[in-house]
Design a protein around this ligand. Structure first.
Ligand SMILES: O=C(O)CCC(=O)C(=O)O
Length: 463
């Protein structure tokens, strides 16, 4: 294990230089008696031995809904609504996904992660990116490392992104993996859009609203592999986090390890081979104007068996503005979060903020703080240009119009508000703390809505 220099941007924003990567090779680490300090979690975050209690999540049978029976759909919407108001977790059965496809997807996880490290590293995730192979995120963080390996890739409906990823990074002999996961992601996409209909019904905004919102989506598929660990009581497979994405559909193998923080303590969601675990993410919490919860969860590891899980994260199209439907906003329920785009939140969690319990709050504050600063800067700039414009006019009467146009142009260049289009006001993307000014076109979004985050949630989605 090699340790090199790390650059700190702020106490919360921690970026490792690309050269600082350490290598997580569980096979080697397992031969040691102790696990390295970087994998040891602080006392108050370590796995709790009493987390064996099962979380009561409804087991939603989708058969009636999928066959279009109205009364079955209403029941399903009610159960889902209750769960999402409490902790945002439920399970679905009779979902229409073939068990053979799920088995094939798990087989490919096993085949990929049992390859030698060097082979897996051909798909190595690059700093600041969300896709590729990551061994314990050792290149990103220097402490509280998760005991796991992941392979993540993008999915968009009716595209060949998944196939292309496998062939591009691992070679033509992995085309079959691409085929399996493309089929799996298409199935997850269909299921998540069905669930979006249920969520729309349960929130009283109609079946079509969220389905249409996510019809075009830029989602992420992640394969999680948790090797056995000689000291499972000291570490975590996935740290406590809420998913910054919109909806997660997870299939876990029969080993178990998923825990959810509910009613003030950690509880378990036991594996059920024919069920998918579904949970609300931060982006959907914002879309529901805070009515549905994106809840804290984590994964523990164990001494005896490796564990696998398949996580499909439904995300909006990158530049779509995330805002709740009008019916969910009113005097009694003012806007809980500012408008944002998924691309802005994704970049925030990838480059500037180690996702934790306060990601959405931190993100909301960042948006508003940066916008406020831009507006202040703009006002003082406008003032100074006006004064110098006036002074210029005293000496150059003939050039008055030109000079004023020039100053107007300079002010426009720095104006925080740019254009109205694509369903809202668009402005230059605020700069994150420590980020250098972007060269060229700096595309972005982010509206100044009164934001008042209601939830302090814990997020370690990236780890
Ligand atoms: O593997 C699990 O059970 C949880 C995985 C997870 O939370 C994640 O990948 O974000």
């Amino acid at each position: 294990m090699v340790r090199r220099r790390r650059r700190e941007v702020s106490p919360e924003i921690e970026v490792e230089s690309p050269s600082s990567a350490v290598v997580f090779d569980a096979e080697l680490l397992n031969r040691e008696k102790e696990i390295p300090a970087r994998f040891v979690w602080p006392e108050d975050e370590k796995p709790t031995p009493d987390a064996d209690e099962e979380l009561k999540v409804p087991l939603i049978d989708l058969a009636g809904f999928l066959s279009g029976r109205p009364e079955a759909s209403e029941d399903v919407a009610r159960l889902v609504g209750e769960a999402c108001g409490k902790h945002g977790f439920f399970q679905v059965v009779n979902h229409g996904i073939s068990p053979e496809l799920v088995t094939a997807a798990h087989r490919c996880v096993e085949a990929f992660f049992s390859m030698p490290l060097r082979e897996k590293q051909r798909a190595q995730r690059k700093p600041g990116e969300s896709c590729g192979y990551a061994s314990s995120f050792t290149g990103r963080f220097s402490a509280k490392l998760p005991w796991k390996e992941t392979l993540s890739f993008r999915f968009s409906p009716s595209s060949s992104l998944v196939q292309d990823f496998f062939v591009r990074t691992l070679g033509d002999e992995f085309r079959h993996f691409g085929e399996v996961y493309e089929e799996y992601c298409e199935a997850m996409n269909k299921l998540s859009l069905d669930i979006m209909e249920i969520l729309g019904m349960s929130l009283g905004v109609g079946r079509a609203h969220f389905r249409e919102f996510f019809n075009a989506n830029d989602s992420i598929m992640r394969l999680n592999f948790y090797p056995p660990c000689q000291k499972p009581e000291l570490t975590l497979g996935t740290g406590p986090h809420c998913d910054p994405t919109s909806l997660t559909i997870l299939h876990q193998d029969d080993v178990g390890g998923l825990q959810v923080f509910a009613d003030g303590r950690w509880k378990t969601i036991r594996p059920k081979v024919d069920a998918f675990v579904v949970n609300i993410g931060d982006t959907f919490m914002a879309l529901s104007n805070g009515r549905y919860r994106s809840c804290l969860h984590r994964a523990v590891v164990n001494r005896d068996a490796a564990r696998k899980s398949l996580a499909f994260f439904l995300c909006p199209a990158l530049e779509k503005v995330v805002a709740p439907p009008g019916r969910l906003v009113g005097p009694a329920s003012p806007r809980a979060y500012p408008d944002f785009t998924w691309s802005a939140l994704l970049e925030f969690t990838q480059k500037h903020y180690r996702a934790d319990m306060k990601t959405l709050d931190a993100f909301s504050q960042w948006i508003q703080g940066t916008l406020r600063k831009q507006e202040d800067d703009f006002l003082s700039l406008a003032l100074s240009h006006s004064i110098s414009g006036l002074q210029g006019c005293r000496f150059l009467r003939g050039a008055r119009v030109k000079l004023w146009s020039f100053h107007a142009f300079l002010i426009w260049q720095r104006a925080p508000v740019a254009i109205n289009g694509g369903g809202g006001w668009w402005r230059r993307r605020p700069r994150a703390p420590g980020e250098a000014a972007a060269k060229g076109k700096d595309k972005g979004c982010l509206l100044p809505h009164a934001a008042n985050s209601t939830q302090n949630s814990i997020k370690h989605w990236l780890i």
